[in-house]
Design a protein around this ligand. Structure first.
Ligand SMILES: [Zn+2]
Length: 371
């Protein structure tokens, strides 16, 4: 503990800046500073309260300011806070608090996070080439929008959702964007068209190649029986006359991939390679090699998640298949409860079951509670 007293005979009022020599009272402040060797250092400051010499000033008394290293109301010196902020940024709350304690700066994880939040975020210049995409805050549930400077490869901003209005508001507040690189969805395209009509819109390479890959896979999957015929293979397990659902096909492809790896492991084992050598060659863990040598991999079992749609599936199926309603007609029954997208998906699932799509007959749904 260091006991410190300010010796400056004059102090300036923070409101009117008038200098004063008239001391009103004394009080003490305890401030944490950086540690010295293995010792924790605290400054016990004797601070004076002055009377403002300006009769017109709104302040009667004021505490003397202690300069740049100790700001008003602070409980630690600026350099100490800055050290803790660095620790917090690198390690986060809990791990940061542990390290800080070892360094002689005991602090709670909450305080560490509060110090990080107090940091000023530098305002970044608006980029000329703006990259925009969504990212998952929680996969399948909550998405935000990420904005990047494509030329300098740095983050520009994060938006809390991926709504058109939010994106438009950001774009209108940040002028100067000349090119927008985006995914192939309509939201960002519409937002850019509305907020930045002069900007050129570009579909980014990642989304183009992803879409191309997916389309190609879908076409090849549809032609799978023909391809098998051409190459003289026949699959004894699947009946080619059965329509493959997308997830079934994906499951089949990934199981095929797993089996190929399994056979590769067996072949290397037969050649006399040990487990470490196999693991190195196939870039997998030794544990995985050991598991595969015990027996062939089993396809994973996926739990079916319940959806808001589940209780209404039988009703929807009847409307789609038996009554032949169009998507929007069914959506009208469920207005406000289901999204158009989920109803459309359900419709697509049953499209194959229908003989022909009849137009909406106008009959009212016979179940209650959804009007
Ligand atoms: Zn004053």
């Amino acid at each position: 503990m260091l006991i410190v007293t300010s010796t400056n005979p004059v102090a300036c009022c923070p409101v009117c800046q008038a200098a004063s020599r008239q001391v009103h009272c004394y009080y003490t402040r305890t401030i944490t500073d950086l540690g010295w060797a293995d010792f924790q250092v605290q400054l016990k400051l004797h601070v004076r309260r002055f009377v403002c010499s300006n009769a017109m000033c709104t302040r009667r008394t004021f505490a003397e300011r202690l300069g740049e290293p100790i700001t008003a109301y602070a409980r630690r010196t600026k350099r100490c806070a800055s050290r803790l902020q660095t620790i917090g940024l690198l390690l986060g709350g809990n791990a940061g608090a542990l390290l800080a304690k070892r360094m002689g700066l005991p602090v709670s994880s909450d305080t560490l996070l509060r110090l990080i939040r107090a940091l000023e975020v530098p305002e970044r210049a608006t980029p000329e080439v703006l990259g925009i995409d969504d990212f998952a805050l929680r996969k399948g549930q909550k998405y935000g929008t990420i904005l990047v400077d494509v030329e300098n490869h740095c983050l520009v901003d994060l938006l809390p959702d991926r709504e058109k209005a939010t994106v438009i508001a950001w774009m209108k507040a940040h002028s100067g964007v000349k090119v927008v690189s985006r995914d192939r969805g309509v939201t960002y395209a519409d937002a850019a068209r509305e907020a930045l009509p002069e900007a050129i819109q570009v579909a980014d390479r990642f989304h183009l190649s992803q879409n191309l890959g997916e389309t190609l896979e879908r076409i090849l999957r549809r032609q799978y029986p023909t391809i098998q015929e051409l190459f003289g293979h026949s699959d004894p397990v699947t009946d080619p006359s059965l329509p493959l659902k997308r997830w079934e096909a994906e499951k089949q492809v990934s199981q095929g991939r797993r089996m190929a790896i399994y056979e590769h492991v067996l072949a290397l084992d037969a050649q006399g390679c040990n487990q470490t050598e196999i693991a190195e060659q196939l870039r997998m863990s030794r544990k995985r090699v050991r598991q595969l040598l015990k027996g062939p991999p089993q396809p994973p079992i996926y739990k079916q998640r319940s959806t808001k749609l589940a209780p209404h599936k039988s009703y929807l199926k009847r409307r789609f298949v038996e009554e032949g309603c169009e998507n929007l007609a069914v959506k009208r029954d469920y207005h406000g409860i289901l999204t158009e997208e989920s109803v459309r998906k359900e419709g697509a699932e049953h499209a194959g079951d229908k003989l022909e799509l009849l137009s909406f007959s106008g009959s009212e749904p016979d179940h209650t509670g959804f009007h």
